[in-house]
Structure formats: C-alpha cells, structure tokens
Design a protein around this ligand. Structure first.
Ligand code: ACO
Length: 428
C-alpha cells in the first residue's frame, strides 16, 4: 500500500500522498493542500525542506557524502570520463557510444561561431567589469543573434539550442578573459578536444604557438566534471524557474550565471582564495581567523566551508584536495596558500563549533588553488565554475521542459499593512 501523511488543522484531518524516489527519498505531495484546506500553504524560507521537482539527473546524499550523475559515482566519472562525455550523460541520460559522442562534438563544433557584432557588446564593458557580469550579459545577448533558439518545443529544436550554447559559451568565457587582458579575441581551434580548445582559446598568446599541456588539460577536465551538476542548488533552481516561463534556454542560463555569482554560491571559490591570501598577508595565523569565523559579532565566515545539503565531507572537495596536491606537484608549483588551507581544514575538523554544525570543506575550498596553478586569474574562478555547470543547467532545463512542468510561482504569507486610505501629500 502506498504511504500517506496526515495533517490535522482546525480540528480536521487531511491525507496527502507520499511519493518515494528510487533512492528511498520520501516527500509529502502537497499540491492539493491549499485547495482542500481552504487556504493553508506551507512556509519554507530558503526551501530547506521543499522539493521543487522530481528529477532523474543527479542524486546526492548529504549525510553520507554521496554524489552521482545518472547513477554513476562522481569519483568514477572524475577518474575515467571526459567532460564532454559527462555533458552528454547529464543531458541525454546515458553514456554515449564513441559514434554518438563524435556526432555530438561535430554538431557543437559546427555552431562555435559567435557573431562578430557580439564583440561590440563586449567592447562596451570596462576592462575592470567582473567577468561573471560580462558572461551573463553576453549569454543573454546571444538570443538577439539566435532568435530561433527561444521558442523551442520539439526535442529537435531543443537539441539545436543546446548544441549552440555548448559551442558558443566557451568562446564567450575566453573572450571575457581576453578582454580583461587586452588580448585579441579568437574563435578557437576545431582540431582540438573540447577542454583543450577552451585552454587554447583562453591562453594562446598572439605571438606564440600554443601547446596544450596534458597535465593542465586533465586537471581542468576533472574540475569541470566535478562542477557539472548538483541537483536543485540556487543557480540550477534559477535556471528551472526562469525556463518554466518558457523564456528560452539562453535567458535561463544567463539568470543561472547571475545566481552562481554570489559569494554564498559559486562566488565562494574566488572568496576562498581572497580569504587565504588575506590570512597569508596577515602573517598566516589560521587560529585568529578560526576565532573570527566563530564570533557571531564578526561578519567573517570561513569561505569554502559549510553546505546547505552536505552535513559530511563534500565528496567533490575530497577529490579536489587530492588533485590539488597532484597537479601542483606535477606542474612544479609551490603555493603557500595550500598549506594555509590545509591548516584551516585541520583546525576546523577538530573544533567543536564546526564539528557540531557539521561544517566541512565544500567544492570551493581547494578548487581555486588548482585554478591558480593552471594560470587562471582569481576573478575568472567563478566563470570556470559556470563553464563546468553549463551541462548541468542545460540538462535540468531540458528535463523541466520535457516533463512539461508548470510555471514556477511560489506563494507567500503577507505580513504588511492591512487596507488603508490614501493620504494626500499635504496631510502626511
Ligand atoms: N563559517 C562559519 N560559520 C558557518 C559557516 C562558515 N562558513 N557556514 C555556516 N556556519 C554556521 C552558521 O553561522 C550557523 O550557525 P548558528 O547555527 O550558530 O546560527 C550554522 O553554521 C548553519 O549555517 P547556515 O548559514 O544556517 O546554513 P545554510 O545551509 O543556510 O548555508 C552556506 C550554507 C551558505 C553554504 C554556508 O555554510 C556558508 O555561508 N558557507 C560559506 C560560503 C560558501 O563556501 N559557499 C559555497 C557553498 S558550495 C556552492 O554553492 C558551490
């Protein structure tokens, strides 16, 4: 017999169905709550207890520290797969055969041209503009040059929009960096793999040939896979929400980029390095900063620590920490902030404040140290996160459209003034 949950309100009992996911997660379905009870709704600021959708893409168990894309563990994918393979898996549900992957990449390469007029938009930004703002704007601007990508209803039209975005987004990412650095803009090299091409587009100097360093490419491949999806986080929920109005893929992703920008979300990777640098420049006293993080009168938080869902080690942080040692070793880079990060982690894991609140390093704690070793400037870190998250956002948007989900429109509990009469200006 299927499970139900009973709610008692105003002396009456109401029964609601309980739905169960494939990993045993249970949820009370309350879509009939308001209608049946004559006005009762749920109030859940920050959606800490609210499932916004049923999804078959990513499973995570924050208590056990498990993360899987379409059933495959993040550990196995980060070790064995290519980023494009993972993108295909997330979007279409299965690992591709070589033939399907080749076809997918061929279609992407065929769409990698970004209209020259887009350069004028980029030119309008000052060099000092934050790359996340520039990237979000350029992604939205793509709509003007690809209007057919907006009203997509068929799977075929969705595929075309998806391929266009996967093709053009890395070009925009590279352009935001090159603009900051005063470098000529470039459209990439179709003879290279997806990740290798990203590196070349970002780092090729006008007077030099660019050889892709396999250590750098492998490290970036791993980081992008680790960031590729994380179910209904802030930016992904934003993408689904905007997409639910049928605003189109590019507009939805542009909104997701803005959501990711914040320091409590993807912006934390930049904030972590800035924090570690600050601690280093202040003499490296990690204990002092631990005390600041615990002081409720001090706004300082230990960036890269804590997570809404993980109450255990973020499995991505575990992989990235190991990769940081590995990559820095292989590249012969010595970065003193790695020692500061390890020192902070050690202290936090032994401190009752962090232990009691189940605060562990998250994905952003060590990722910046690797990005830095790869030569990526600090203000580009969150952009790299967006590049990795793109297939996740796309897959969630596609799933939402294919499931014909209704427009997202939460309710509220109004706590403002009751009706009152307009007061003329001279009587206020
Ligand atoms: N440093 C110090 N104290 C912290 C931290 C931290 N990094 N994170 C949480 N806490 C404390 C809170 O002050 C709170 O304490 P209290 O119970 O005494 O009031 C308790 O731990 C619970 O924290 P909340 O903020 O209620 O947890 P929430 O789930 O709302 O927030 C978040 C999660 C935003 C990630 C938070 O841990 C944080 O701000 N971390 C730092 C920023 C960060 O690294 N963000 C990246 C997250 S990963 C990602 O988005 C890709």
């Amino acid at each position: 017999m299927s499970k139900t949950a009973i709610l008692e309100f105003d002396g009456k009992k109401y029964e609601f169905p309980v739905t169960e996911g494939t990993e045993g997660e249970v949820a009370v379905k309350i879509d009939k709550l308001r209608g049946e009870t004559g006005g009762l709704i749920t109030l859940d600021p920050g959606y800490k207890n609210t499932g916004s959708c049923e999804s078959a893409i990513t499973f995570l168990d924050g208590e056990k520290g498990i993360l899987r894309y379409r059933g495959y563990t993040i550990e196995e994918l980060a070790e064995k797969a290519s980023f494009l393979e993972v993108a295909y898996l997330l979007i279409f549900g299965e690992l591709p055969t070589q033939e399907k992957l080749d076809r997918f990449y061929k279609d992407i390469k065929g769409q990698s041209h970004v209209d020259e007029e887009m350069k004028k938009i980029l030119d309008g930004f000052p060099k000092s503009a934050h790359p996340m703002g520039v990237l979000s704007s350029l992604t939205n601007a793509l709509i003007a040059f690809n209007p057919s990508s907006v009203n997509v209803d068929s799977e075929e039209d969705m595929y075309k929009a998806i391929v266009k975005l996967l093709a053009k987004f890395p070009v925009l990412v590279a352009w935001t960096l090159r603009k900051r650095q005063g470098q000529p803009l470039d459209y990439g090299d179709g003879s290279l793999g997806y990740v290798e091409n990203i590196l070349k587009m970002m780092f090729k100097q006008p007077h030099e040939t660019y050889e892709v360093d396999p250590v750098v490419a492998a490290a970036l491949n791993k980081l992008l896979i680790l960031h590729a999806d994380h179910e209904q986080n802030c930016s992904t929920s934003t993408v689904r929400m905007v997409g639910s109005s049928h605003a189109g893929l590019f507009a939805s992703i542009s909104a997701g980029i803005s959501a990711l920008w914040g320091p409590l979300h993807g912006g934390a990777n930049q904030a972590v390095i800035e924090m570690l640098e600050g601690i280093k420049n202040d003499g490296g006293d990690t204990h002092k900063y631990m005390e600041k993080a615990k002081d409720k009168n001090d706004p300082f938080r230990l960036m890269g620590f804590g997570h809404r869902v993980y109450k255990n080690f973020d499995p991505r942080a575990r992989i990235i920490k190991k990769a940081a040692d590995d990559v820095l070793g292989k590249l012969g880079v010595e970065d003193p902030v790695l020692d500061i990060a390890k020192g902070l982690e050690k202290e936090a894991l032994e401190d009752s404040y962090f232990v009691d609140r189940k605060l562990y390093p998250n994905v952003d704690f060590y990722s910046g140290i690797i990005y830095r070793a790869l030569g990526i400037p600090t203000e580009m870190f969150t952009v790299m996160f967006a590049l990795g998250r793109l297939p996740g956002w796309i897959s969630q948007w596609r799933e939402m459209r294919l499931r014909k989900e209704p427009i997202g429109r939460p309710r509220q509990v109004y706590i403002g003034e009751n009706q009152r009469a307009y007061v003329p200006m001279d009587q206020r």
